[in-house]
Design a protein around this ligand. Structure first.
Ligand SMILES: Cc1cc2nc3c(=O)[nH]c(=O)nc-3n(C[C@H](O)[C@H](O)[C@H](O)COP(=O)(O)OP(=O)(O)OC[C@H]3O[C@@H](n4cnc5c(N)ncnc54)[C@H](O)[C@@H]3O)c2cc1C
Length: 230
């Protein structure tokens, strides 16, 4: 007997987890994201988002909010250079102008926006689309069977544990960290959601391969997943 049932349980409420929750919500699939931190990112981390990412954000109805937030910190025609010091010599130009050469390829634009500014917008949109996000909650075990998985969640404030029954688990829990210490990997076809690791860390499937113990396999589709460049 479990305490709760949800079609998709997402472990991790950062860029990948919140984006997955938002996309599932957009397609009418209820999800529960659990995140051990009290809120979204507090450090800037990722800061430059490519056209395809912005196209997905646009499809989710979030483009205007993201572009407006970006403008609070960055010039939309900014670039990336190396300088000796803030008042010193320019040493190198990495990106002269963020959108130079890509005008006309997309209805949207590349933006600079820091992760701690973007994540609250992803979260807000995911909630608007019907997702549930639960902070200070850790997934501590995933037990898979033929029909889905039973995930044990721990409330990090009270220490209370509850069990959630789900058809799919998405490991959006960061770099090569298994979603659970006590799991077995389902086969890829059982996945309904896309969760690819942003940047070059690893895919959840390769995490499963390396740890041999994650409850998640996810399909990475380059046409529908966000990308983050360093
Ligand atoms: C210092 C630093 C600087 C960076 N700079 C850049 C940059 O300039 N450009 C760039 O593109 N990228 C940068 N990155 C990388 C970028 O931040 C990551 O690619 C991105 O955050 C990955 O998102 P994610 O959702 O996969 O994982 P994460 O952001 O790692 O999120 C995983 C989340 O899962 C939660 N979690 C884990 N296990 C559990 C569990 N069992 N139960 C509940 N919650 C759990 C964690 O608390 C975490 O919030 C940087 C990273 C760091 C650390």
């Amino acid at each position: 007997m479990t305490d709760e049932e949800i079609p998709v349980l997402i472990v991790g409420g950062s860029l990948v987890g919140l984006t997955t929750a938002m996309l599932l919500g957009h397609h009418g699939v209820p999800s529960l994201s659990v995140e051990r931190h009290a809120g979204t990112a507090i450090h800037p981390r990722a800061g430059h988002f490519q056209l395809r990412t912005m196209e997905v954000i646009r499809q989710m109805g979030l483009e205007e909010r993201v572009r407006a937030k970006s403008l609070e910190t960055y010039s939309p025609t900014g670039g990336i250079i190396a300088v000796e010091s803030l008042a010193g010599r320019e040493l190198a130009t990495y990106v002269k102008e963020l959108n130079e050469g890509v005008e006309g390829f997309s209805p949207t634009v590349r933006v600079f926006i820091n992760q701690d500014a973007l994540e609250p917008l992803l979260r807000e949109r995911a909630l608007e689309l019907g997702a549930t996000v639960r902070n200070r909650t850790e997934a501590v075990a995933v037990d898979q069977d033929d029909d889905g998985a039973t995930v044990t969640l721990r409330d990090l404030d009270s220490g209370d544990e509850r069990q959630v029954r789900t058809r799919y688990v998405v490991a959006a829990d960061g770099t090569c960290r298994a979603a659970s210490p006590s799991t077995s990997a389902p086969t890829a076809p059982s996945c309904c959601a896309t969760a690819t690791k942003a940047s070059s860390t690893c895919t959840t499937r390769s995490c499963a391969g390396s740890s041999g113990s994650t409850a998640v396999a996810a399909t990475a589709s380059s046409s529908s997943t966000p990308s983050v460049t360093t």
